[in-house]
Design a protein around this ligand. Structure first.
Ligand SMILES: NC(=O)c1ccc[n+]([C@@H]2O[C@H](COP(=O)([O-])OP(=O)(O)OC[C@H]3O[C@@H](n4cnc5c(N)ncnc54)[C@H](OP(=O)(O)O)[C@@H]3O)[C@@H](O)[C@H]2O)c1
Length: 277
């Protein structure tokens, strides 16, 4: 299987480093023709769309840069899909579980086909792409949440949590990057259609992640705890962040599994400690 990854950012690069027979492009795409040229040049069997706009320094950037965010998160995936459909090439798109806010209709968590309730510009533009792409065949959507990695990166949840003086303690679903990379590969190999929640089973509280960090990496680490309302009131975020628990039923139907979240986070934390030595 020859893979072409579009978007040479954090997650695209992590996947490219781990897979064989994979090419990654940083070509800036504006039109369907731009993507068709890439497909002719690289001749992939499958495409991973890892391009998008996450906002720098953080997602609040999207609140005041709406059009750029719409172009990168809603228009771009449709352009990539259009070219892939014309060439009969399977496309896996990286979505986000942050489109779900708060309590799910089912007490076990948000399901793949639940209607989401995004409020921020970033999450609305991501969900708009999901709604459109999920009508197509030969397309998969892999929703991840709060990637937690075994190496240092500004988007790694470990680094984010320990960089804050004040942290909100909530239970969440999250995605351990090592597991994500393996699941994406299997979805590409199976040309799996539909929506997939690529999150490790179970939920974990920020307090538990920081406790593991203090136990394994740095016993001297200190932070304060704060409520979600206070976070916005004190100006540390423009919009409340999504907190949620997701169910992953469609992966199981394909026989794809991920490690339970607490086991995977502990393993990532141990590897993280080695990687920053
Ligand atoms: N990181 C997370 O926490 C997270 C969580 C859930 C979902 N996701 C999704 O995962 C995907 C990848 O995120 P990431 O964390 O890897 O972000 P990233 O590091 O910012 O990578 C995104 C890449 O997309 C590129 N890009 C933007 N517009 C493009 C265009 N028109 N044509 C080609 N490339 C373009 C960016 O290039 P430039 O920098 O040059 O613009 C950047 O290299 C995104 O769709 C994001 O929504 C990420």
């Amino acid at each position: 299987m020859k893979i072409l990854i579009i978007g040479k950012g954090y997650l695209g690069t992590r996947c490219a480093e781990s897979w064989e027979n994979t090419e990654i492009t940083d070509k800036h795409i504006q039109t369907v023709e731009d993507v068709l040229e890439l497909l002719v040049e690289h001749k992939p069997d499958v495409v991973l769309n890892a391009a998008g706009i996450v906002g720098k320094p953080n997602v609040d950037w999207c609140e005041t840069n709406q059009l750029a965010t719409i172009k990168g998160n809603t228009v771009l995936p449709l352009i990539v899909a259009d070219a892939c459909q014309q060439k009969g090439i399977y496309m896996l798109h990286i979505g986000t579980g942050c489109i779900f806010y708060g309590e799910s209709p089912d007490p076990k968590g948000w399901k793949e086909n639940d209607y989401a309730n995004p409020s921020a510009v970033y999450t609305r533009t991501k969900y708009a792409a999901d709604l459109a792409l999920s009508t197509l065949t030969n397309v998969g959507i892999a929703r991840i949440r709060m990637p937690l990695d075994d190496r240092s990166h500004p988007a790694n949840l470990i680094g984010k949590l320990i960089s804050f003086d004040k942290v909100v303690d909530v239970a969440n679903s999250l995605t351990v990057v090592e597991d994500m990379i393996k699941v994406f590969y299997q979805l590409l190999a199976k040309k799996a259609e539909g929506i997939f929640h690529v999150v490790n089973p179970g939920s974990i509280k920020h307090k538990e992640i920081i406790a593991m960090y203090e136990e394994i990496v740095d016993p001297k680490h200190k932070n304060e705890w704060i409520s979600e309302e206070e976070l916005v009131k004190q100006g540390m975020a423009d919009k409340p962040r999504s907190n949620n628990i997701m169910q992953s039923n469609n992966l199981a139907k394909l026989g794809i599994s991920m490690r339970p979240v607490k086991e995977a986070v502990r393993d990532a934390m141990q590897k993280y400690k080695e990687s920053i030595k």
